[in-house]
Design a protein around this ligand. Structure first.
Ligand code: MLT
Ligand code: ZN
Length: 458
């Protein structure tokens, strides 16, 4: 059997065909797919990844790269007997450059471990999201992960100074080598960021760290109507470099409350909530924020609100937003993760709300998102009695309307979760035929044998 040949260069403990391991590593957090890998391998370094790719070319075996398996577009699913290459054992931080404040690490380093490594040096790795405790830096790079601080610090792409990759030809490339300035032609590093494992394996990376923010202040506001969301955003973003502006609905809050871990500190219930985080840059920052809060209250744009008085209260407010994914996962949500330009968010949410109310009257729709990035997460929860197939069909029927709206507004069918298997049929709403043809040509250049994450994205 082909798999046996792997043991000529991998240890016994690095190869598994054990059913529970296949089930666990053959998937990510996405629902509605079935994992069906033929084996899972656990390389320990770039040289071993190279050998695995060479073996895959020789034996024509498709490979699926796998990180923390927290993806939500089925980008790390093995559904067709592929061999899954888990980067989990490549979890070493290799080096720290205290002149540049860059850290070199293997791809399997967990996001939170990198954040803590930075904090230990009085520094900060600002890309952050609820899956920080399991997601891995390689997976974050492969999907250009965003999260809750993009409004202030940008995407994963903005923090990657260099990459080591193994292409689908089995070649090792060192991309950008941590240079700040490098005008020597195409920056292939950026092609690999967001490539979802279709061009090669990201095995090591150099990540920029930054200074820690000053004290963060967290507000929670209750809003009486849809129109208030962007008005409140405008008033705060005009005065502050916001470090977060997150929104969720009363339906989202209902599911978080149901879990019983945390409750809303507000006295008045409202259809919409926004979490606003600012950095206390100087003595007057908080006074200005409180004035804005009162002004918006007077205008009726906010009906209730609170400012966290200590770090525990701030954490609890953040949990109301961050726990939504976990609180809804048992309802097998069908997820849409869309974006439009920030200036078009209002038009988008008003039209989207009409579509959702008209077409999903019988389903609970949980929507929330990173309003300041123009990114909304729309989750349709599956009623227990409905089978998965009928549910998915109903969701896809509404997708047509939703994606037509996105196309009209010049938005994207995937803001930060990636394309994977879930959004592949809809890519044409965001990318032109010419663009998709160039993407396919790039894929062929790096993966001529078509062994890397087949069937994903393109
Ligand atoms: C989030 O913003 O919480 C994540 O993108 C996860 C999700 O959408 O479920
Ligand atoms: Zn998100």
């Amino acid at each position: 059997m082909n798999i046996d040949k792997l043991s000529t260069f991998l240890g016994k403990e690095q190869i598994s065909t054990e059913p529970s391991t296949l089930k666990l590593y053959g998937k990510d957090w996405t629902k509605h797919f079935t994992a069906n890998p033929s084996a899972i391998v656990f390389p320990k370094n770039t040289a071993e990844v190279k050998k695995i790719v060479q073996w895959a070319i020789e034996t024509k075996t498709p490979l699926v790269p796998s990180g923390g398996r927290t993806g939500l577009s089925a980008g790390a699913y093995a559904t067709q007997k592929e061999v899954v290459v888990s980067l989990e054992k490549m979890n070493q931080i290799l080096d720290f450059d205290d002149v540049e404040r860059t850290v070199s690490c293997q791809a399997g380093v967990v996001t939170e471990a990198l954040q803590n490594y930075a904090l230990d040096r009085n520094l900060y790795y600002p890309v952050d999201f609820a899956a920080r405790g399991s997601s891995q830096i390689g997976g974050n790079i492969a999907t250009n992960a965003g999260g809750i601080k993009v409004i202030r610090y940008g995407l994963t792409r903005d923090w990657v100074k260099g990459l080591t990759v193994v292409t689908g030809k089995g070649e090792i490339l060192e991309l950008n080598k941590s240079l700040v300035k490098n005008a020597s032609g195409y920056d292939l590093r950026h092609l690999f960021i967001g490539s979802e494992g279709t061009l090669g394996f990201i095995t090591e990376c150099q990540i920029q760290l930054t200074h820690q923010p000053k004290e963060l202040k967290v507000f929670l506001f209750a809003l009486p109507q849809l129109e208030a969301i962007m008005e409140v955003y405008k008033s705060f973003s005009k005065n502050f470099a916001l470090s977060a502006f997150e929104m969720f609905t009363d339906v989202a809050l209902k599911y978080v409350r149901k879990q019983g871990h945390v409750n809303s500190p507000l006295e008045i219930d409202a259809p919409y909530y926004v979490l606003v985080e600012i950095e206390e840059e100087n003595d007057s920052s908080l006074d200005i924020a409180m004035e804005l809060f009162e002004l918006n209250l007077e205008k009726g744009l906010i009906v209730d609100g609170t400012l966290a008085q200590n770090s525990q209260q701030a954490k609890d407010i953040w949990r109301l937003r961050e726990d939504i994914t976990e609180a809804t996962t048992e309802y097998s949500p069908y997820k849409n993760d869309v974006s439009v330009r920030v200036s078009k968010v209002h038009e988008f949410i008003v039209s989207m709300d009409k579509i959702l109310k008209a077409d999903y009257p019988e389903f609970d729709v949980v929507w929330f998102g990173h309003i300041g990035d123009g990114n909304l997460h729309i989750n349709i929860l599956k009623p227990q009695q409905l089978n998965s197939e009928t549910f998915m069909k109903k969701c896809h029927d509404v997708d047509d309307k939703l994606f037509a709206l996105i196309e009209k507004l010049g938005g994207s069918i995937s803001a930060e979760h990636g394309v994977g298997l879930v959004k592949k049929p809809f890519l044409h709403h965001t990318r032109s035929p010419e663009e998709i043809a160039y993407m396919k040509a790039i894929k062929t250049a790096f993966d001529p044998h078509q062994i890397l994450n087949p069937g994903k994205m393109l």
